[in-house]
Design a protein. Structure first.
Length: 293
């Protein structure tokens, strides 16, 4: 699995044609590593992979990343149309680190040539301001960075529960990171392990929600029918530095009283009370527009 920096997730989510460009670079880097390990060349050997482009994370947030099923070797051309499989051992920690660094460098250069990022001495930034994109792109940016998209808590981090690993400080041989890229290569299946291969294939192709675990109940969770509403929000932004933007605004300018659907005080209270949204609210925040290192 290859996960990407936040800025690159935003780029791929808002410009889907870029996915093909990035995926091609990733595949060529991985296949080149496998061929070099056998001492062969691209003219005399070839490998293969199946890639599933996942667009969600564990919290159902936008997280464009790649699940790859890669052959653990290459096919050597033996003449007369015959192919001979040459296995390659699992990569060492150093080889995996070198590979992810190569991927990060090549992706950065390609996107810079395409005019999508601007690179400085140590960092690289998107060549456009996400805040100036369409409103939908703003919502995508909040989802990618685990932040609340609208309302008085806009920009704040979403509270998440996570399970700590048994040895959080222990290095993992099968994982390498570089400049926000993270490459996982810790699971393999031999040709005879059909059941394991099927489980792996099912995992990499899983949907965002296991629909078999969902059921529509008749009880309902809302207090009653929710009326429609309209509110007026105003905001303005000012770029202080190249990657620092000051944003200020007023939510619910007309101080309307309204409530969202399912907005109740206690989910388990048999006599629930509908909770209204905040009235007129003033807010200000600083946004740092990071990028691919």
């Amino acid at each position: 699995m290859l996960s990407l920096p936040f800025a690159l997730r935003y780029l791929l989510a808002t410009r889907p044609d870029t996915i093909t460009q990035v995926l091609g670079i990733v595949y060529r880097a991985i296949s080149g590593h496998l061929i070099r390990q056998t001492g062969l060349t691209r003219a005399s050997a070839a490998t293969g992979a199946v890639t599933l482009i996942q667009r969600f994370g564990s919290a159902l947030n936008i997280n464009v990343h790649f699940h790859l099923l890669v052959l653990d070797g290459v096919y050597r051309r033996a003449g007369e149309g015959r192919l001979v499989f040459v296995p390659v051992p699992a990569p060492s920690a150093g080889e995996l680190r070198q590979l992810v660094q190569q991927i990060a460098t090549r992706v950065g250069r390609s996107l810079e040539r395409a005019g999508l990022i601007t690179r400085e001495i140590e960092n690289a930034y998107l060549a456009f301001d996400p805040a100036e994109e369409s409103p939908m792109h703003g919502l995508l940016g909040s989802s990618i960075t685990y932040r609340i998209a609208t309302g008085p808590r806009e920009g704040q981090k979403v509270f998440t529960l996570q399970t700590l690993p048994p040895e959080p400080d222990a290095p993992r041989r099968e994982v390498a990171e570089s400049s926000g890229f993270s490459l996982h290569a810790g699971l393999a299946a031999t040709a005879s392990q059909r059941a394991k291969l099927e489980r792996l294939a099912r995992y990499v192709s899983r949907p965002p929600v296991a629909t078999g675990r969902l059921a529509l109940t008749g009880s309902g969770q809302d207090v009653g029918e929710t009326a429609g509403y309209g509110v007026l929000d105003l905001s303005a932004r000012y770029r202080l530095l190249r990657s620092l933007v000051l944003v200020a605004g007023v939510d619910n300018v007309l101080d309307r009283t309204y409530a969202n659907h399912l907005n109740r005080g206690n989910l388990f209270d048999p006599d629930p009370t509908r909770i209204n949204e905040p009235g007129r609210t003033f807010w200000i925040r600083l946004s740092w527009l990071g990028g691919v290192h």
